[in-house]
Design a protein. Sequence first.
Length: 175
Amino acid sequence: LMVTTGLVAIDATILATAVPTIVDELGGFSQFPWLFSVYLLAQAVTVPIYSRLAATVGRKPIILIGIAIFLLGSILCAVAWSMPALIVARAIQGIGGGAILPVTVTIIGDLYSIAERAKVQAYTAGVWAVAAVVGPTLGGIFAQLDAWRWIFIINTPLGALAAWFILTRYHEQVH
């Protein structure tokens, strides 16, 4: 669950430092705010849908679907040929992201007692703290190396690792 949280946390913090490089290559300076807005909009719209589906069919398939959609969006971001294409790919990422974070928090609520949840939430907050330092640093490095597409490619191994952990270590009983 921490790797899954890290996937979304790194993505939320890595992009901002590379925007000037992305705009320089793809153009569309007036459109770059959509890189953030469309992701958040897609995520916000899909959270209630995924929440209902997770309560109906189970958390495991929904979080795995979310990771898969998020990774698809990441790959599309990495191969984007224009700013509109990158914006559409970010929307796809947001659709996947709408499942990841809320379902992760719900799984934590399922797995841990009320007394244990505070400690687990502290670990989750620690993941966000690390991402707040690592994300902009990596984004700056990739931008400096003129390799901004790696901002999205880096999600692939993280997402695969998160999916593998969930597939092999999380066992749920759907009632």
